[in-house]
Design a protein around this ligand. Structure first.
Ligand code: NDP
Length: 295
């Protein structure tokens, strides 16, 4: 099967590497050096434009920062739309927004192209291991077609509803991640300042009801050790919380907690910049509190 993958970023590249093992893979990346590096190390060919990547492909996968980049990649003389042929399937693995995806899907449907949103969770390590959780929105037939492709890098693959449902699910998940990051950063800073050992505090939390992915994995691996790898940009998490807050509004649910988390993440992004990693939010809280959570 001819599959094309566009967006070889931090998570896109390891996802695409699993597809390369199946053969018939074409890749495209805005910065062409990244695509050249990918084809030098994997069984794949590089396209020079999105249009060329889509030509002859049965399935096209996008993994870009936001739905805005996906929408712009579709347009223009060298855009995806010019290359996509009737019967093709576009799988968008971007953590995007439901409204833009519904608009993209309806524009493609009139050309005989199906669309599913299929954002992922599990981080770069999950992508490398091929154990991502994939949250899919789209019609049943398109989901059935997408599933075997997604299984190259996904372990749990759920069909959550029509187009946009996957993006809504992912945004809510990441909003909870942001709330946990902020709350744990604040709580641990206070405990350490009061003289509690950081490691003991984390171990007690992880044997109690306040535990989370942040306390069980991120804090022990990165904060306690003082290593701050760059795996997921804070700017992208900020975008996800804003999508979740807009989704709550659209659903008619009051969301004061997510609104506040959104403001705090936007402030952290403004202070730390576009390339900072999301866990550095805790570093910012530490700095303000005048404490270091290590141990
Ligand atoms: P990165 O910032 O590492 O990579 C972004 C990719 O998009 C790069 O290939 C970049 O190309 C490309 N890109 C950026 N702007 C444009 C544009 N205007 N036109 C064309 N291509 C563009 O992001 P990630 O790989 O980390 O994230 C991708 C998506 O996956 C995001 O929606 C993110 O929220 C989501 N995600 C990320 C996770 C992670 O752990 N990193 C986990 C789960 C989801 P170039 O090389 O030229 O910059």
């Amino acid at each position: 099967m001819q599959v094309s993958f566009l967006g070889l970023g931090a998570i896109g590249a390891p996802m695409a590497s699993h597809l390369a093992k199946r053969g018939g893979l074409t890749v495209w990346n805005r910065t062409s050096e990244r695509a050249a590096e990918f084809v030098a190390n994997h069984e794949a060919r590089a396209a020079t434009t999105p249009r060329e990547a889509a030509s002859g492909a049965e399935v096209v996968i996008t993994c870009l920062p936001t739905s805005q980049e996906v929408e712009s990649l579709l347009e223009g003389p060298e855009g995806l739309k010019r290359g996509l042929t009737s019967g093709a399937l576009l799988i968008d693995c971007t953590s995007g927004d439901p409204g833009t995806s519904r608009r993209i899907a309806s524009g493609l449907r009139s050309r005989g192209v199906e669309f599913v949103d299929a954002p992922v969770s599990g981080g770069v390590s999950g992508a490398e291991a091929g154990t991502l959780t994939v949250m899919v929105g789209g019609n049943t037939e398109a989901f059935t077609r997408a599933r075997p492709i997604l299984s190259a890098f996904g372990k749990r693959i759920d069909h959550l509803g029509p187009v946009g449902a996957g993006h809504a699910m992912k945004a809510v998940n990441n909003a909870l991640l942001a709330v946990n990051l902020l709350a744990l950063g604040e709580g641990l800073s206070a405990l350490v300042k009061a003289g509690v050992s950081a490691r003991a505090a984390v171990e007690v939390l992880n044997a109690s009801s306040g535990r989370s992915f942040v306390s069980e994995t991120l804090v022990p691996e990165r904060v306690l050790t003082g290593s701050w790898p760059q795996t997921f940009r804070l700017a992208l998490l900020d975008k996800d919380v804003a999508i979740a807050a807009a989704f709550l509004k659209e659903a008619g649910v009051e969301g004061p907690l997510l609104d506040l988390a959104g403001r705090l993440m936007a402030g952290a992004r403004a202070e730390l910049g576009e390339t900072a990693d999301y866990v550095e939010t805790i570093r910012l809280i530490e700095r303000r509190a005048g404490v270091e959570i290590r141990g």
